[in-house]
Design a protein around this ligand. Structure first.
Ligand code: KG4
Ligand code: ZN
Length: 328
């Protein structure tokens, strides 16, 4: 079964064709980074207008680079949320319109479930259940227990900023380009241990995270003007990675999880990948970086398995902006 999947929840317009939920035949991502860079963050109205310009060419390119036409497509999937409403509406309605016009099955997919299912796009044995999922994106930081396909229980998460959001804000404090995450990681490669020390919020007795105190401490350290940007970037990255890897590995041990599945844009971070592999008591699965950040292949992966179960979405299903793991 070949699924055409469309993703437009934030600032990437993406389309992909996925075969049998596991094999990407194409994956096209049109990034709007340059457009938003001058504002230092994603401007929702600018994003939705750009999605409108990009959506048709991106879908066309996804079909062409898979060597297919719409006649070869068996079903269509679109990201239904969470995300920016104006952005979601463009991709979701494009997906619906194609499905409706071609009389194909249609399914709306949760963006964060998509990030988790990027782990099924990797060649080799499938992830094993029960799995502990660490979802770390620009908008979300959650620890989710996955007993089986499509079954989620949220055990912890951030009480303030998401991990990616913290990277982006500290990147801005350090004068680095948008989005901060990859630029902080790059700057940290030139840095190392120094006399700057940033706090870790362990939130003992919970599986929650908090990054706002770390961000404020980084702000004070920048204002002191005593430290180099690479050393501050290094210390900030170590503080975030330490808490994420520390709490994830402990919870995986307590739950008796068979795998740890890492998901979302921050999963592209090399130090986080290294520390999770080093500390977790069970095999850790992390998608290749191109499937960690927003893409449509991951949406097609979820769609493949849900359509197989006979699931379809009603035409009047709407988009949503916040997440609820109990009702994915
Ligand atoms: O999942 P994603 O592409 O979009 C959302 O669903 O939010 O995640 C984007 C986030 C941004 O905050 C970005 O700075 C962060 O992922 N990110 C990184 C890295 N690459 C992307 N953070 C740290 N290190 C990276 N290498
Ligand atoms: Zn995302």
């Amino acid at each position: 079964m070949k699924v055409l999947a469309i993703e437009s929840s934030c600032d990437e317009t993406a389309a992909a064709v996925i075969e049998d939920g596991r094999t990407p035949l194409s994956s096209v991502v049109a990034s709007q980074v340059d457009l938003h860079a001058k504002y230092g963050g994603v401007v929702p109205e600018v994003a939705s207008r750009q999605h409108l310009r990009n959506i048709v060419p991106v879908v066309r390119e996804a079909l062409e680079s898979a060597g297919l036409t719409l006649d070869d497509v068996d079903a269509v999937a679109g990201t239904k949320g969470p995300g920016l409403a104006g952005s979601l509406l463009v991709g979701y309605n494009a997906a619906k319109a194609i499905a409706f016009g071609r009389e194909l099955p249609f399914i709306g997919i949760n963006h964060l479930e998509g990030h988790i299912y990027a782990n099924w796009l990797v060649e080799g044995p499938e992830p094993e259940f029960p799995a502990l999922c660490l979802v770390v994106s620009g908008g979300h930081t959650d620890l989710v227990f996955m007993r089986s396909h499509g079954q989620y229980e949220r055990l912890g998460g951030t009480r303030d900023d998401a991990a990616g959001e913290a990277f982006d804000k500290v990147g801005r404090l350090l004068g680095l380009p948008f989005p901060g995450g990859p630029h902080v990681a790059k700057a940290a490669l030139e840095g190392g241990p120094s006399d700057v020390s940033l706090p870790r919020a362990w939130m003992h007795g919970t599986y929650d995270f908090s990054f706002s105190g770390l961000k404020t401490a980084a702000l004070h350290a920048v204002r002191e003007e005593k430290h180099t940007v690479p050393n501050l970037a290094w210390e900030f990255q170590e503080a975030v990675v330490d808490v994420l890897a520390g709490k994830t590995s402990r919870l995986a041990r307590e739950l008796g999880a068979r795998n740890v599945l890492v998901a979302g844009g921050v999963a592209a971070n090399q130090r986080l990948r290294e520390e999770l592999h080093r500390r977790c008591p069970v095999p850790v699965r992390i998608p290749p970086p191109k499937f960690c950040t927003d893409n449509a292949a991951m949406i097609g992966a979820v769609a493949g398995f849900r359509l197989d179960l006979g699931e379809r979405s009603p035409w009047d299903q709407d988009v949503f902006t916040t997440n609820n793991w109990a009702r994915v």
